[in-house]
Design a binder for this molecule. Structure first.
Ligand code: SF4
Length: 150
């Protein structure tokens, strides 16, 4: 991974072999910026060499769930005993931050069933990692919705 991220309020940018990649958290727009010396090479050919890091990751934060839907793709219900602790989850986010991953998609299971859900989300967002997440909504009361919206 070359270079460092330049963060403003809503845009993160990182260096790549072909130039730079930036992600706008508000518009969810990913922008490839090529250095002039690479302009003659098709972007597809340059991308075959890979990115410096993933753009995003999907993270099944827990398999625990308060529901038992017959259509569940992840056979969720019970917490996996190997589930990451809060400290391990925070360490993982710090590693993703060092890699300059733009955002994580948090799912499960039902991620809001974890008592440290907001601590994990807030650690991510205050360290430059965007969060999208899936929920069955049963833990989403007005207070939780306000906290998420903030
Ligand atoms: S709410 Fe989602 S994770 Fe939970 S059982 Fe249903 S489909 Fe699976």
């Amino acid at each position: 991974m070359a270079g460092s991220a330049t963060d403003t309020a809503l845009v993160s940018r990182r260096a790549e072999r072909f130039g730079a990649l930036s992600y706008d958290y508000a518009s969810r727009r990913l922008t490839f910026a090529r250095q002039r010396r690479h302009a003659g090479t098709p972007l597809a050919a340059q991308l075959k060499e890979g990115l410096g890091a993933p753009i995003c990751l999907t993270w099944e934060l827990t398999y625990a769930c308060n529901l038992a839907c017959v259509h569940c793709l992840s056979s969720s219900g019970r917490r996996d005993p190997r589930e990451l602790t809060t400290a391990e989850a925070i360490d993982l986010l710090d590693e993703l931050r060092a890699l300059q991953v733009f955002y994580v998609n948090i799912g499960g299971g039902e991620p809001m069933i974890r008592s440290d859900f907001f601590a994990i989300v807030e650690h991510a967002t205050t360290h430059g990692i965007g969060v999208k997440f899936s929920t069955n909504g049963t833990y989403l009361d007005a207070g939780a919705a306000r906290r998420l919206a903030s």
